[in-house]
Structure formats: structure tokens, C-alpha cells
Design a binder for this molecule. Structure first.
Ligand code: RIB
Length: 335
């Protein structure tokens, strides 16, 4: 086992300790010629990073973290509440971080959380396709569980809801209530849940109804309001009679703006949301929504994560998928 220290590597390469650490952890931040000098020194000295010490340190923390897409979204509040119930059984605290659906912000959180040597991480990633930082965290020994996101990954657990089925349930309901032109309101499609819900409503309307899409930059109330403004600009004959929104915040924004413009819900336009947060039933026109078992998602994710941190490497990764349920209320019931 190599006893060479990181200091000896830095001395031989003529660089600082931080540069050696960057070469090992974030090589993209180091100039090619410097990176080469450090790697030559590592090879010459036979340096081997002491990951077991890091993992031990990571394991000793009494904190897990959860990085959510939008801390203002009650969906995540309920998920966090579930995770806390489970973490408290283990005497562990949950640190909540908000990525605001921004990849760079998410990365900054991951940098800080790793420096804090948290015991493990729950995360709803902003974008699966460009998440090298999350992969790095996992490779360096921080257990990660994906939340509200499925995964085929062998090196992490995941807890999700079948969002394709959720989209189908919403689409089939709107087709069954006589809608021939339905619009999907949601985005960005880089968020896997949004893409899966869109795929579900596409399957449900294939050959049965016309499906259009109103892309939104985010999953917020404001984006829902803006979507109605876009719809209002369409000629009456091209306007959909039903909207399936990628989450309840969008749907509540749509409902608010439609009502403000004198558009009757559901008579002029039906609305279905997704999550079934408490505000859905309490809305001025009670909102139909595809229910996600929010607290159960959080509890199960924390259970899987804490099992892994206490399993000394013998953990079998699991991918739990819950079934969604359509809750029909006034906002999509034909009178
Ligand atoms: O996690 C992405 C989205 O899925 C969130 O906005 C939340 O509402 C869930 O529906």
C-alpha cells in the first residue's frame, strides 16, 4: 500500500496541494501542462489516494443532504418532511439545498456538500445528461439516492413515480371527458419527469385527440400564468379545450391567469395538474391532479440512503417505483 503523501506529489511537481487536489477531483479546472506534471509525479512516486479514509470520514457525518429543484414547490416540502421522519430515527439531520432548476447552482451545492463530508445525498437532478459532478461524487464514495427520478444506474438507488403512467392517466381522463384538442404545459424537457409525463399524455392521445405543447422555461406558477397569455394569442379555433400541466404549480398559475382573463374552468378550458399538493384541492376551482406519494417518496429515499451508509459496502442498490393516482376534481369535470 503506497505511503506517499499528497505533499510529496506537490513538491515533486512543483505545485500547491490545492492543485494536486484539483487534478484528482476536478481535472477540468487544471491546465493541461500542469495536469501532466502532477500525473507524472503521481506515477513516479506511486501515490494512491486514500479513499477509504475519505469514505470513513464521509460515513461519520450525522448529516445527509437533499438537493431539490425548487424549494418554493410544496411537492419538495412534503418530500423533505418524509426524509426527515426517517433520518430522525437514525439520529441524522437533513440539510436542504435548492438548485432552482439551475445546473451551475446544483454543482456549487455539490462542491460544498462534499467538502462538508456529508454522510449521503438525496437529489432530484436538474439535468441527467450533463451531471459529471454527481457522477464524480458517487465515484469518490458519497452514497447518492435519486428522488422523484428513476435510474438504471448500478451505483445508486432511486425512488420515483411512474411518470409515463401518470401522463397517460391525465390524457385518458381528458379524452374520456370529450376533449379533442389537449395541450401539454411544461418544461424544460431536460427534466426527466417532465419528458416522461409528456410521453405518457402522447401515448394516451395517439389516434384519439390532437396534442399540442406549450413549452415553459420552468415548473412555476409564473410560468403557468405566462402559458395562458401564449394561449390567449391563438385564434379561438386553434385553442385547446384542455390543459395537462407538468406539475401543480404550473396548473395553479394557469388557473389564476385564466380566471383573471374571464376564461371559465372547466367550461372553457379543463385543467389537470401533477403532484396533488395540498393547494390543489384548496384552489378556487379545485384542481384535478395526478397524485404522487410525496412523503413516502422522501421516507423511502432516506431509508435506502441510510441503509447504504450503514452497510459497509454490502448494499444492493434498488430502484423503487410508486404508482401515480389520478384525483379528479372540478377543474376537469365536464358540467
Ligand atoms: O421534480 C420535478 C417536478 O416533478 C417537480 O416540479 C415536482 O412538482 C414534481 O412533479
Amino acid at each position: 500500500m503506497s505511503t506517499t503523501s499528497i505533499k510529496e506529489v506537490a513538491k515533486l511537481a512543483g505545485v500547491s496541494l490545492g492543485t494536486v487536489s484539483n487534478v484528482l477531483n476536478q481535472p477540468e479546472r487544471v491546465a493541461e501542462h500542469t495536469r501532466r506534471r502532477v500525473l507524472d509525479a503521481i506515477a513516479q512516486l506511486g501515490y494512491v489516494r486514500n479513499d477509504s479514509a475519505r469514505q470513513l470520514r464521509a460515513g461519520s457525518s450525522r448529516q445527509i443532504a437533499i438537493v431539490v429543484l425548487d424549494v418554493a414547490n410544496p411537492f419538495f416540502t412534503d418530500v423533505v418532511r418524509g426524509a426527515e421522519v426517517e433520518a430522525e430515527k437514525h439520529g441524522v439531520m437533513v440539510v436542504v439545498c435548492n438548485s432552482s432548476e439551475d445546473s451551475d447552482r446544483e454543482r456549487r451545492h455539490l462542491d460544498l456538500l462534499e467538502e462538508q463530508r456529508i454522510r449521503g445525498l438525496l437529489i432530484t437532478p436538474v439535468d441527467d445528461t450533463r451531471n459529471s459532478r454527481l457522477e464524480q461524487l458517487i465515484q469518490r464514495g458519497t452514497p447518492v439516492v435519486l428522488v422523484d427520478r428513476g435510474s438504471g444506474g448500478r451505483d445508486r438507488c432511486s425512488v420515483a413515480v411512474d411518470d409515463v403512467l401518470g401522463g397517460r392517466l391525465a390524457g385518458e381522463h381528458l379524452v374520456a371527458t370529450g376533449h379533442e384538442h389537449i395541450a401539454f404545459v411544461g418544461g424544460p424537457m431536460s427534466i426527466q419527469q417532465v419528458a416522461d409525463r409528456h410521453r405518457g399524455v402522447t401515448l394516451a392521445t395517439k389516434g384519439t385527440a390532437r396534442l399540442s405543447t406549450i413549452a415553459t422555461p420552468s415548473l412555476t406558477v409564473a410560468a403557468g400564468r405566462a402559458a395562458v397569455a401564449e394561449l390567449a394569442d391563438l385564434p379561438a379555433a386553434r385553442r385547446p379545450t384542455a390543459l395537462f400541466c407538468a406539475n401543480d404549480l404550473l396548473a395553479l398559475g394557469v388557473l389564476q391567469e385564466a380566471t383573471k382573463r374571464g376564461v371559465r374552468v372547466p367550461d372553457d378550458v379543463a385543467i389537470v395538474g401533477y403532484d396533488d399538493i395540498d393547494f390543489a384541492a384548496a384552489a378556487a376551482v379545485p384542481l384535478s391532479s395526478v397524485r404522487q406519494p410525496r412523503e413516502q417518496l422522501g421516507r423511502t429515499a432516506a431509508q435506502l440512503l441510510l441503509e447504504e451508509t450503514e452497510a459497509d459496502g454490502r448494499h444492493e442498490h434498488r430502484h423503487v417505483v410508486f404508482q401515480p393516482e389520478l384525483v379528479v376534481r372540478e377543474s376537469s369535470t365536464r358540467t
